[in-house]
Design a protein around this ligand. Structure first.
Ligand SMILES: [Fe+2]
Length: 307
């Protein structure tokens, strides 16, 4: 499919309590690569199959959680056009100067009704170490840890997610792939895509604004999910749930926690989405199977534990 406008997720910045423990977790265990350190102590990381400068930033803080999630758009003209559309819609847009994150060009930032900061950018430098592009091997060096390929998507918790949906559909041309309705018929959860992935960002309705449920890393397949579970046990990583499968997106998954209590996911598979697909809708009585397909029930942590 032709991809225009917003191309893909490109950057997540989260807060961690102990930067050394966090770097060890994400590099040695999840399998990301350390790119470097910003002047203010933030650490930049990337997946082994990513070309961009970095895709995950860990910011030292006394409280774990979510700072921002950013999408790459196709051109600077597209960035200006999205800025106009957001402003016309009534969303306050703030410019972020080029270089605020090493390698990144100018960004625009705005806050969703759910309390989450979203950035858009058009320019980002290539990483020093990128995947082979001439006669490529499937990987440049043997994958380590859980073998994270790329930062894939994020699930965020907050209020007014129906308003988020309207902004993503009307200002940014995202498509709603799947949703869960509550018993009264109101939107309880949404899975949105700007690509042909089953989701690039998702939201669950929650009273507190600005919360992180998980940031997800793509891995190869079901065998890689099993290997990731073996890594989690060997390294004594707290597992939330899995290995299992989602009914929603059909992805294969494990939820687990970083040393600061931020939830991570390793995710494989998922169906191919096309922009003319109908929305898949789940009723509240089936949400257990939607989230955890084999267990067919939510655990309490899915709804209650966020950072
Ligand atoms: Fe996920």
């Amino acid at each position: 499919m032709a991809m225009t406008g917003v191309l893909r997720p490109g950057l997540a910045q989260i807060r961690v309590l102990d930067i050394d423990a966090a770097v060890k977790h994400y590099v040695e265990h999840v399998g990301l690569m350390k790119v470097g350190t910003c002047g203010d102590g933030r650490v930049m990381l990337k997946g082994r199959d990513e070309f961009d400068h970095h895709s995950l930033v860990l910011r030292p803080s006394d409280q774990a959680g979510f700072d921002l999630f950013a999408f790459k758009v196709e051109s600077d003209e597209a960035l200006s056009a999205f800025e106009k559309r957001l402003t016309a819609y009534g969303v306050e847009v703030t410019p972020v100067a080029a270089g605020e994150q090493p390698g990144f060009g100018r960004r625009i930032a705005f806050t969703l009704p759910s309390g989450h900061r979203i950035d858009l950018y058009a320019e980002v430098a290539r990483a020093d170490e990128i995947p082979d592009v001439e006669n490529p091997y499937i990987w440049k060096s043997v994958p380590h840890g859980m073998g994270a390929i790329r930062m894939d998507h994020i699930l965020l918790y907050g209020p007014d997610i129906d308003k988020n949906l309207d902004i993503f559909e009307n200002c940014l041309d995202f498509k709603l792939a799947e949703k869960v309705d509550d018993p009264e018929g109101n939107v309880f959860a949404i899975w949105l895509t700007c690509s042909n992935k089953a989701h690039d960002i998702a939201f669950v309705r929650h009273p507190e604004p600005g919360k992180l449920h998980h940031v997800a890393f793509f891995i190869e397949d079901w065998n890689a999910i099993g290997h990731a579970a073996d890594v989690m046990v060997r390294e004594d990583i707290a597992i939330d749930l899995g290995p299992t499968r989602h009914g929603i997106t059909r992805g294969q998954t494990i939820y687990f926690f970083d040393p600061s209590g931020n939830r991570n996911e390793v995710f494989a598979g998922g169906y191919t989405f096309y922009p003319d697909d109908p929305v898949r809708t789940w009723s509240f009585d089936q949400v257990g199977r939607g989230i955890f397909y084999y267990e067919r029930a939510l655990n309490e942590r899915f709804l209650g534990v966020v950072t």
